[in-house]
Write a protein that binds this ligand. Structure first.
Ligand code: PFF
Length: 455
């Protein structure tokens, strides 16, 4: 028996959940990060390991998160409180809700700044700033942008306002409507880019780069990076998916829904890779392993050399912003839901308050690229520090705790009941993987990530 939703709002149908969760999962991680880390790790073999990680770690933990959310039917903080009370678990497990809340705030603070870069690129593309430029000039354009503190603040502000506006509007009107509109647009834009890259890029080389498995190029760090990324790309460990799970209709199948979301997320990442690499290979002198700069420095060279570069380049950065937008919404929603639920705030005030705090924190990231670039702690700028803290420490920790909580603390009957496991063959398999595969796998990412960083 599932918890009664009472008068708690739920999505209009399973597909709204799927679109919203996909909107959360698909973001800068797919379009900016996946291609560049695949590029750095030599392509194919990395992609294969990444897919295995999605399957073995990402999907089971995601099922656990959605299940907790739907069972609790509150914001993650209160969901964890309700469930720990329900099953008589020790009080400190409640901290999981808080942990996710804190990570979401930290992640959103820099996510918004990077999404702001993509926003800034849309007018640049439109005025043809990249037409006919070489890689050195795009790097100069990018560096000039990073130096311009006020411009970064402006776009960071615009992005936070866009995010806050949707979250303010609330679950069904705001999130649901945004998901229904944004996700299909994203897909259409990706298909257009794929078709373009098929006709104008070196499609065969791009394809073989991403899908021919050369294991000699794969390192142990690459395997761990793939695991960590599988985690980030599915939005796990921050309560985002848990919060959306709370809005899921009681009769929808969590297993099928999660499989659909993970599949869509993976397809978008692969589509982004297949849109990017053929263009990279068709324009000589562009290094697929260029790193984080790949999207902002390297790709505009390709757009600048194309006939329809202004249009295609503009479309591409609109696509990046749309993807980042729906992810950012899911990072803000859990905190707002909690304030609105517990502290007597209305959604507007709650959103305004949190968005302001996150915006202020984001200024640290903005300044890391200019005024504060020289201020480093343990070799890290403010931005590097927040990125390190969230992706290397807090996210894996949070996911590890979720796997342990659902796999080992919660009685099996709870998840069996919520997942309709009585007559399912998938349930025992999921439960086994969650108990015996996920904790050690995530634990290794955490330990090796930290060891690697401090050694
Ligand atoms: N999954 C997003 C991406 O791949 O860009 C990042 C993210 C969004 C992480 C929302 C966590 C989250 F709650």
């Amino acid at each position: 028996m599932s918890s009664d939703a009472g008068n708690f709002p739920t999505w209009r149908g399973r597909w709204t959940f799927i679109l919203a969760a996909t909107g959360s999962a698909v973001g800068l991680g797919n379009i900016w990060k996946f291609p560049y880390i695949a590029g750095e790790n030599g392509g194919g073999a990395f992609v294969l390991v990444y897919l295995a990680c999605i399957l073995l770690v990402g999907i089971p933990v995601m099922v656990a998160e959605v299940m907790l959310g739907r069972r609790g039917r509150h914001s993650p903080v209160n969901t964890m409180r309700a469930i720990t009370a329900e099953v008589g678990a020790r009080g400190y497990w409640r901290g999981l809700g808080w942990l996710g809340w804190m990570i979401a705030m930290l992640v959103l603070s820099f996510y918004s700044v990077i999404a702001g870069w993509a926003l800034a690129y849309i007018p640049e593309m439109a005025i043809g700033a990249f037409q006919g430029v070489n890689a050195q000039s795009t790097k100069d354009i990018f560096d000039t942008m990073l130096q311009d503190r006020d411009r970064l603040i402006l776009w960071h502000t615009v992005f936070m306002l866009m995010t806050a506006a949707v979250v303010t509007a609330g679950v069904t009107r705001g999130l649901g409507a945004a998901a229904r509109v944004l996700m299909p647009i994203l897909f259409i834009l990706l298909v257009i880019l794929l078709v373009f890259s098929y006709w104008h890029g070196d499609f065969a080389r791009g394809f073989s780069f991403l899908f021919s498995f050369d294991f000699s190029k794969l390192t142990l760090r690459g395997v761990l990076e793939a695991l960590g990324h599988a985690f980030f790309t599915l939005s796990l460990g921050v309560g985002a998916i848990m919060a959306y799970g709370a809005y899921m209709p009681a009769d929808a199948s969590i297993g099928k829904t999660v499989l659909t979301v993970a599949l869509l997320d993976t397809v978008v990442a692969l589509m982004a890779g297949m849109a990017i690499f053929p263009i990279v290979f068709a324009h000589g002198g562009i290094d697929p392993g260029a790193g984080p700069a790949l999207l902002f420095v390297t790709l505009p060279v390709a757009f600048g050399a194309m006939e329809a570069g202004i249009l295609i380049g503009g479309l591409f950065f609109i696509l990046v912003v749309v993807a980042a937008w729906s992810s950012a919404i899911s990072l803000l929603e859990p905190g707002v839901a909690w304030l609105a639920e517990n502290r007597g705030f209305n959604r507007f005030t709650a959103t305004l308050l949190l968005a302001t705090v996150i915006w202020l924190l984001g200024l640290g990231t903005v300044l890391s690229f200019n005024d504060w670039a020289e201020y480093k702690f343990a070799g890290l700028t403010f931005f590097d520090g927040i990125d390190f803290l969230t992706s290397r420490i807090l996210l894996p920790l949070s996911g590890l705790l979720i796997a342990i909580f659902v796999g080992w603390v919660l009685a099996p009957d709870v998840s069996k009941d919520e997942l309709n496991g009585e007559n399912s063959v998938a349930w025992p398999l999921w439960y086994w993987v969650l108990r015996y595969v996920c904790p050690p796998a995530i634990g290794i990412v955490l330990v090796v990530g930290l060891y690697d960083s401090f050694s």
